[in-house]
Write a protein that binds this ligand. Structure first.
Ligand code: PHE
Ligand code: ZN
Length: 883
């Protein structure tokens, strides 16, 4: 076992850095083999540090030290020491200049942190702790410095040399080299440093800020992708305008650059003035990207742009505060997208993600608070909890304070902290001070892990015409937190009368007459009762718009859920009622199956679906969402004990039954959609909604395919003029074994083979297919000449899609799926620990499965754990999973 394998970093141990860096000048002499990095930095003792030691420690990993000077004098051997985590300098003065020269090897860098090569270019990734792979440095976010960066490289091969900030100079040098120098005037932490070099081209746009600054916008791409950056560029302009309008926040440099790279561990990175993106979130055109891809690009571009204020201008004091920038920025990008597209669809999309991914995380061994208290490897904490639950907390604040107060709170936050590195507490305090509210109980959302459960019960008293709503909250223990306090939970509710009209929500004792039709109930205690004056027995619409990240249960009858599906004025809750109804029906089916009874469809569901289909032309996008069955991932999370066979079987049979019972409706609604989009291909919410409903109908038609269906599908595939439709058709073909499917995949491959992002889809569609021989299929895909373990997108397309999205396959009773994924976790770990650790997370729920599966999953975890030399990333995930 590695010596440092169990090193835990704790929030309570935070201490300010002993030294601060004011200015850095970096000079890169780029070469695939042996890049030289020369660093000149001015250091001074931090007046706020209480530690008076004369030793300075600088982080550094895989750096070959070539020279070391303090104030121009070489440092003697006895005055420094190196180990695998960095450099110790003994007896340093209080103020001095440090000059270092190191050699790094970007071509061998497969972890994709620090400086690495991708598609013939150089690029960097420094969050969270990648800068220490570039040079010796106090690599922590509370050390903020101004950076000047010179890059020297071969001019032919690397004509474009980029770094943060503004271009200072560029000149030709002997031997075909050139040098370019950049300067970023804004002090920043090292994790926001970036460099790019390559033979790349750009698409350009311009933006003039509210105060008149003209900003050049550039999206850099590989030459063959020219033209595919336009959507990202347009998204950037929209985001810039939106942030000015909604929060009064303007961009602060003259240049904003986005660079697309093919090898990237995450989605994108907000480096100051020089965002580096996974090409998946930049490149798009109708031929290569689906409607969802277009939307995701808009979200990610906006997200990284919004970081310029929430993350860069005000950054995190330490990595426990990660949600300070991520939760807040996700909230901002969600609000932006909601303004751009259909608001309720955006909310449905976000809540789906939260419920499937974050709720699962929060109820398993990897559960952690939005502000974690300890970590071994920070890369393991870029989680749905920090991001998505973090965003939900900010959303609750926004609702509690109201739009105006929230904006004022943010203004106060920026006026207090611009240019500094702060904590989540600083953020909450600014909100509290601006709005003059008491958020002491609300703060628990940041420190307490686990998804709260709310049990709601309703009671109507005919004689007093009072509706009494009892809300009880609780939260199951999570690792390290057995006692849970009650949280402050805003529960938005409406009350519908028997005709489906909303009644004013008036609490008993409320004096005014100005009651709204939606009220936000402040649930603060373990149990609270709210009483309302109503004219008749209401059907309550609860947790409207998903006003808090909780699981709420209410004893709805099927009829009440049907009623809400049709009448609720909150579209989100209409969708949610439909989901609850289907989930209820499926779980009853699972129970019956466990009892040895045969499958049957409950007529109520067919009625509900028929109604949605009949009125679908009113809002096709929403109808499509209502008609999609809840994912297997969502269903397995409904019970503590997971009956995987029951869930997969019942869900499949239900799909077939709905297909059969409503065959004509699926066909005619599909036709109606086609008719209304025949004018061409566009991106309006209506057109996008049409495509999604059309393809949902198609998926039901495929579930009970009639004779001649597959040749038809083949023909549609030939006629399809966009990736959304093509991919929907291909997804259906992936689940069958016939001549049409074979030729379709062969043809798709021919079109895709030179376009990595499209080829990823070709892989992913097959990996996600419900198919009896799926494990063999996955093996073949892994052996395919285009499979590449070094490219995270490709790995995710096959392995993550399978392990996280194809539950029937991954959990095959033989354990073959576990075996395969377990082996690949180990293979990947030697190349890229971030990717292997995230894949290993698919075993974390092992305790909730039946005994056989549970043992097989645990066996894989044990195998990983007992392997020598596994990464710190993987070790932490495995250890916490087994605990
Ligand atoms: N900070 C990035 C974002 O959310 C995510 C990221 C983290 C990218 C770590 C790379 C490495 O916008
Ligand atoms: Zn982010």
């Amino acid at each position: 076992m590695q010596e440092n394998s169990c090193q835990v970093v704790r929030l309570e141990d935070y201490a300010p850095s002993e030294f601060l860096v004011e200015k850095v000048h970096l000079t890169f002499e780029l070469a695939e083999r042996d890049t030289v990095v020369k660093t000149l930095m001015s250091l001074r003792r931090n007046p706020r540090s209480t530690n008076r030691e004369q030793t300075l420690f600088l982080d550094g990993i895989d750096l070959k030290l070539r020279s070391l000077h303090i104030d121009g004098t070489p440092v003697a051997d006895r005055d420094y020491r190196l180990d695998e985590s960095g450099l110790y300098l003994f007896g340093v003065p209080d103020v001095f200049e440090l000059q270092t020269e190191v050699i790094i090897q970007p071509q061998d860098n497969t972890v994709l942190e620090g400086l690495y090569c991708s598609g013939g270019m150089f690029c960097t990734q420094c969050e969270a702790e990648g800068f220490r792979r570039i040079t010796f440095f106090p690599d922590r976010p509370d050390v903020m410095a101004t950076y000047t960066t010179s890059i020297v490289a071969d001019k032919k091969r690397y004509p474009v040399l980029l770094s943060n900030g503004n271009l200072l100079s560029s000149e030709d040098l002997p031997d075909g080299l050139h040098r370019v120098t950049w300067h970023d005037p804004f002090p920043k932490p090292s994790y926001l440093f970036a460099l790019v070099a390559g033979d790349i081209v750009f698409e350009e746009g311009a933006f003039v800020t509210a105060s008149g600054r003209s900003v050049a916008l550039r999206v850099y791409l590989q030459r063959h992708n020219l033209g595919r950056g336009t959507h990202a560029l347009e998204a950037l302009k929209k985001a810039m305008l939106w942030d000015e309008k909604v929060f009064g926040l303007e961009y602060d440099l003259d240049l904003y650059m986005i660079v697309a790279v093919d090898d990237f561990n995450m989605g994108a990175m907000e480096n100051k003035g020089l965002n580096i993106f996974n090409s998946k979130y930049v490149l798009a055109d109708r031929e290569t990207a689906t409607d969802l891809d277009f939307q995701a690009i808009e979200e990610v571009v906006a997200h990284e742009y919004f970081h310029n204020w929430t993350g860069n201008r005000v950054t995190c004091r330490d990595w426990f505060q990660l949600s300070l920038k991520e939760g807040l920025t996700v909230f901002r990008d969600q609000q932006f997208s909601a303004d751009e597209v259909a608001r309720s669809l955006k909310r449905i999309h976000d809540v789906r993600l939260l419920r499937t991914v974050q709720f699962a995380e929060d109820s398993g061994p990897l559960a952690h608070p939005v502000r974690p208290e300890a970590y071994q490897e920070i890369n393991n904490f870029y989680t749905a909890t920090v991001y998505e639950k973090g965003a939900e907390i900010v959303r609750m604040l926004h609702n509690l304070l109201g739009k105006e107060m929230f904006r004022r709170g943010l203004e106060l936050y920026f006026s207090r902290f611009d240019g500094t590195a702060v904590t989540i507490e600083d953020f909450v305090k600014a909100m509290e001070d601006a709005a003059q509210v008491d958020l002491s109980q609300f703060r628990l959302w940041y420190s307490q892990a686990g998804t709260p459960n709310i049990r709601a019960t309703g009671n109507y008293d005919e004689s007093s015409k009072e509706f009494c709503l009892r809300l009880q909250q609780g939260c199951a223990p999570t690792p390290g937190q057995s006692d849970k306090q009650p949280l402050h939970i805003p529960v938005a509710i409406g009350l519908l009368n028997s005709t489906g009209t909303e009644m004013p929500v008036c609490e008993v004792g409320h004096s005014g007459t100005d009651c709204d039709t939606t009220a936000i109930l402040p649930l603060k205690k373990t149990e609270q009762v709210f009483r309302f004056k109503v004219s008749e027995r209401p059907v309550p619409s609860l947790l409207r718009g998903f006003s808090a990240p909780v699981r709420l249960t209410y004893n709805y009858s099927d009829a009440e859920l049907m009623f809400l599906t049709v009448h609720d004025s909150d579209p989100f809750n209409r969708w949610d009622a439909a989901q609850q109804l289907v989930t209820q029906v499926i779980m009853r089916g699972v129970d019956r199956m466990a009892d040895g009874q045969a499958f049957m469809v409950e007529p109520v569901l067919i009625d509900a679906f028929r109604q949605v289909l009949h009125s679908s032309s009113k809002d096709r996008g929403l109808a499509a969402q209502m008609l999609m069955l809840p994912s297997e991932n969502y269903l397995v999370d409904q019970r503590l004990r997971i009956d995987i066979d029951g869930i997969c079987t019942v869900r499949r049979k239900l799909r077939e039954a709905l297909s059969d019972a409503l065959h004509d409706e699926w066909a005619s609604v599909r036709q109606a959609c086609i008719k209304d989009t025949s004018a061409g291909y566009g991106f309006s919410p209506e057109e996008v909604g049409c495509r999604s409903l059309k393809n949902v109908c198609l998926s039901y038609l495929a579930a009970q395919s009639k004779a001649g269906f597959w040749p038809q599908v083949r023909q549609w595939l030939d006629e399809a003029d966009n990736m959304t439709d093509r991919l929907a058709l291909l997804t259906l073909l992936a689940e069958v074994e016939n001549a049409e499917s074979q030729t379709a995949f062969a043809q798709f491959y021919q079109r895709a083979k030179d376009i990595p992002l499209v080829l990823d889809k070709w892989f992913a569609v097959q990996s996600g297919a419900r198919h009896p021989l799926i494990v063999d299929k996955i093996r073949r895909l892994l052996a395919h000449e285009d499979f590449n373990l070094c490219n995270p997108n490709r790995v995710r397309a096959v392995l993550h899609t399978f392990a996280r999205g194809n539950l029937g396959g991954f959990h095959a009773p033989s354990g073959a799926g576990y075996h395969l994924v377990g082996d690949y976790v180990m293979k990947l770990d030697r190349l890229n620990p971030q990717v292997s650790a995230s894949l290993a997370g698919s075993f974390s729920a092992w305790r909730r499965f039946d005994n056989d599966r549970s043992a097989l999953m645990k066996e894989q975890l044990n195998k990983m754990f007992s392997t020598e030399g596994i990464s710190r990333d993987l070790r932490e995930i495995v250890q916490r999973s087994l605990q």
